[in-house]
Ligand binder design. Structure first.
Ligand code: NAD
Length: 352
């Protein structure tokens, strides 16, 4: 049975895991807060359930704790960074701090970051910029031990779930943030851990045939995720690979690398001061009008009203902040095993 845990209950244990794994207090806090906030925002795929993968990457020497991204090129407003295979959360946070500084001088910043281990929920960095009144567009590539997403018209995996994110500040900030696959890999993992099927159209088996079985991503013979939106989503996934991978100078799908390197992300970010383009007060009014207009469309299912980008996360934060974050037994047992291996005490699962 799934339990509901409050942020304050989880945070000390997760912090201790990352501290025991060699991260500084600051790094441990940045990763911990990012993961728990992803759960709070409704994205369990990018929450504390990532810890077993992160610890696996650490044991293999693929992620290097306590790195600071190095600026290796680009004259303002451009900046090229290398994360030195550090954890993604502190790396992107530092690069977005730099981007915000550059944008405050130039009105715009265009940054790339390569050689970062998993950066988690991309929307978190867009929200870091929203808090400073900045809009942003992000293209991310991901490279894993093996690819997981099949090309449209293909039958085996060639890319990863390459997320795209667009965020616009204002009285009611807007946030588009999703994988270019029909389902995030972490959401397949959550279904696998719960022993549940995934919705139709998300996965294909090793013969390229549709399946609802999450095990095709974790057990041999391996299948693949599909790209969302047929040729349109596939084309966007491909461009995220181009901008997050080749344009950042980092690892890329099909780059010929032999061996394993963890879950590596590259991210290209375009950060803009919106006041350089439009008056803030007028813009807020325009967005309010537009939002009211689209939401006036009668819901096909009254239980599922029209939403705008970012609303789902706001609602999840309100609900999960109140009721708690759902944690399933498999996920907690995996986290507890990581903790035990590091000599950290965490409570057992209530029903265990
Ligand atoms: P998702 O399918 O849940 O889509 C989320 C997006 O859709 C949000 O912008 C949300 O506000 C919007 N949305 C949801 N319902 C809506 C509605 N009814 N109307 C309008 N907009 C709506 O997201 P996902 O693909 O499962 O991705 C989850 C997270 O995984 C994201 O934060 C993404 O950044 C992250 N991710 C990271 C990596 C990586 O390599 N680091 C890879 C893939 C995904």
């Amino acid at each position: 049975m799934t339990i509901l845990a409050q942020r304050a209950e989880l945070r000390p244990y997760i912090l201790d895991i990352f501290r025991a794994a060699g991260s500084s207090d600051r790094e441990a806090a940045e990763i911990t807060d990012h993961l728990i906030d992803a759960n709070l925002a409704g994205h369990d795929s990018h929450g504390i359930g990532m810890i077993p993968a992160y610890m696996h990457h650490l044991r293999q020497g693929w992620v290097r704790p306590n790195q600071t991204p190095v600026r290796v090129g680009g004259a303002d407003p451009f900046a090229v960074f290398d994360a030195q295979m550090g954890y993604g959360q502190p790396a992107v946070t530092r690069v977005m701090e730099a981007a915000a500084q550059i944008a405050s001088n130039h009105g715009v910043a265009i940054t790339t970051l390569r050689n970062s281990q998993h950066i988690g929920r991309v929307g978190a960095y867009a929200e870091q910029l929203l808090a400073r009144g900045l809009m942003s567009i992000h293209f991310v590539n991901a490279v894993y031990e093996v690819p997981t997403v099949a090309p449209f018209r293909g039958s085996d995996a060639r890319l990863m779930t390459n997320p795209v994110c667009v965020a616009v500040p204002g009285a009611k900030p807007l946030l588009l943030d999703y994988a270019t696959s029909t389902i995030a890999l972490g959401k397949v993992r959550v279904a696998y851990n719960k022993g549940e099927p995934v919705a139709p159209g998300r996965l294909i088996d090793h013969k390229g045939q549709p399946t609802n079985e999450p095990k095709v991503m974790f057990e041999d013979p391996k299948g693949a995720q599909t790209a969302f939106g047929e040729h349109k989503g596939w084309a966007l996934a491909f461009m995220a690979e181009v901008l997050g991978g080749a344009m950042t100078g980092g690892p890329r799908s099909g780059d010929g690398f032999e061996g394993r390197r963890g879950l590596v992300n590259g991210i290209m970010s375009i950060v803009i001061e919106p006041g350089r383009l439009v008056d803030g007060g007028w813009f807020d009014g325009a967005i309010a009008t537009l939002t009211d207009y689209v939401k006036a469309s009668p819901a096909a299912d009254p239980a599922l009203p029209v939403q705008v980008p970012g609303e789902a996360e706001q609602l999840a934060r309100a609900q999960r902040g109140r009721d708690g974050i759902p944690v399933d037994p498999t996920t907690w047992k995996q986290i507890a095993a990581c903790a035990k291996a590091l000599g950290v005490d965490v409570p057992g699962f209530p029903d265990a």
